[in-house]
Design a binder for this molecule. Structure first.
Ligand code: 5AD
Ligand code: SF4
Length: 459
């Protein structure tokens, strides 16, 4: 009988990808993915470490799983508990020590080893030598991508994620990613093309290319030369243009320093590339950007935006922002508000600076009081809401290309995403998840849009 695997995914889209790949790795062992925790023979908690209290949240979630495991053991069964992802990578030792009921702790570069780790855990359990969980958090010398199975065990639904790049060498002084995900690595183009073929065969209509620094991708092309992401997008688009003309593409997350001309040009003439870009800037003051080790100034960012708008005038720009980085003054913060207005962001994610042990930022003097960071955060969020409201209102009356992906809050309502990555709510009895239709926008608000289906042919 198939064993049931429940995966709880926290954090970013890369974790969503990793969760899918962990299910693929375990499928040959007879594990079928379930969405119901109560059924699980095995659980993987795929964790995120980007902001504070990450480990505490994992421990409290593990408490529930410990109870489930003990109940299963009392019935003569078991629930295998694994912790994966960035908390596993960064705090693995503490996890196995503080939560000895956890069977496996597996880091972000080691999850292709899950079958042998499970076998080791099982041997230890049978021999009675178990006690602490097995810890696998080394960065192996060869890439996990070379060892992941070809088969996709569960069709991803309307949107497929494809990791093309992983890791980060930028070392922004606030960020744990270079330590949890390791050095930048670009997968070769041939492996990416093969994985795209498999995703397209499952029926996906949108593919998001993923990487912590996705636009730093410079993989080896089939011609033996180093390709850029712009070239890769062009080749991917052309590969499916005849057979799947409606396939759409995006990529995330990008770094402003890596927006080269070939990639910007792709926004002008790669037909399937969505007019959307998530391009974090983090702050608007040059002295804060310098202290953050971002490697660009505000003006460099604006120049990239200008070029993008020439290439694709309707592009929707989204960003990440941090308030209260050490040393940020009121005048510095004003510069963040200024650049947000100048770049006319259509969407944005803003965070209060969170002091992460082990990062250079944690050792900087002049930490900003929490109340000040909060106040700045609220001001920034209000401005971002105004701007996204403006962007969304400007879409009223237009017909957008919407891919429906999940149920809405009200019954009969579905949520889809436009080519600009706006959330669109439509109530229509004929509508189902996976539909891709032109939607006429009837209302544009700060966080969503309302629309109706006027025509039923594909967008
Ligand atoms: N504090 C606050 N926000 C952070 N981010 C990354 N590290 C931190 C931190 N220490 C934010 C950045 C990044 C996003 C994924 O999370 O804005 O772009
Ligand atoms: Fe973190 Fe900076 Fe790397 Fe992005 S570019 S993952 S913020 S270190």
């Amino acid at each position: 009988m198939a064993k049931k695997l429940f995966i709880k995914t926290h954090g970013c889209q890369m974790n969503v990808y990793d969760s899918a790949r962990m299910a693929d790795v375990l499928a040959p062992l007879g594990y079928a993915r379930t969405e119901t925790p109560d059924d699980a023979d095995m659980v993987i908690i795929n964790t995120c470490h980007i902001r504070e209290k990450a480990a505490e949240k994992v421990f409290s979630e593990l408490g529930h799983w410990r109870i489930r495991k003990h109940a299963a053991q009392a019935r003569g069964g078991d629930v295998t508990i694994a912790v994966a992802g960035c908390v596993a990578q960064a705090e693995g030792k503490e996890l196995v020590n503080r939560a000895p009921f956890v069977d496996l702790v597996v880091g972000s570069q080691a999850y292709h080893q899950l079958p042998e780790l499970l076998a080791r855990a099982e041997r230890a359990r049978v021999k009675g030598t178990g006690g602490r969980g097995i810890l696998a958090t080394d960065f192996p010398p060869d890439s996990k991508f070379d060892h992941l199975p070809d088969e996709i065990s569960v069709a991803p639904g309307p949107v497929g994620y494809l990791a093309v790049q992983e890791g980060c060498d930028k070392f922004c002084t606030f960020c744990v990613v270079p330590y949890t995900r390791g050095a930048e690595y670009s997968r070769p183009a041939a492996a990416i093309l093969r994985e795209a073929d498999r995703l397209v065969a499952t029926g996906v209509q949108e593919i998001a290319l993923l990487g912590q620094n996705v636009n730093a991708w410079h993989g080896e092309g089939p011609d033996g030369k180093s390709w850029s992401l712009g070239r890769l997008l062009r080749v991917l688009n052309d590969r499916f243009a005849k057979t799947h003309p409606h396939l759409r593409w995006r990529y995330t997350t990008s770094h402003p320093r890596e927006m080269d001309d070939e990639l910007i040009a792709a926004h002008a003439d790669v037909a399937g590339l969505m007019p959307f870009l998530h391009l974090p800037i983090q702050a608007g003051s040059d002295s804060v950007l310098k202290a953050m080790n971002r490697g660009h100034r505000a003006e460099d960012y604006l120049r990239v935006v200008e070029k993008l708008r020439v290439a694709r005038p309707d592009i929707a720009l989204s960003g990440d922002f941090i308030t209260g980085f050490p040393g940020e003054s009121d005048a510095d913060f004003e510069q963040t508000l200024k650049i947000v207005r100048e770049a006319r962001f259509a969407a944005g994610y803003s965070f209060k600076y969170s002091n992460r042990p082990g990062t250079p930022g944690s050792l900087m003097g002049r930490q900003v009081p929490d109340a000040v960071s909060s106040e700045r955060l609220h001001a920034l969020q209000a401005l971002l809401q105004d701007l996204s409201g403006d962007f969304n209102r400007a879409c009223e009356g237009r017909e957008l290309d919407v891919l429906f992906q999940k149920p809405g809050r009200q019954s009969g309502q579905l949520i889809g995403y436009s080519q600009y990555m706006q959330a669109i709510y439509v109530a229509d009895p004929m509508l189902k998840i996976g539909d891709r239709l032109p939607v006429t926008i009837t209302g544009g608000y700060a966080n969503s849009l309302a629309g109706e289906i006027v025509r039923r042919e594909a967008a």
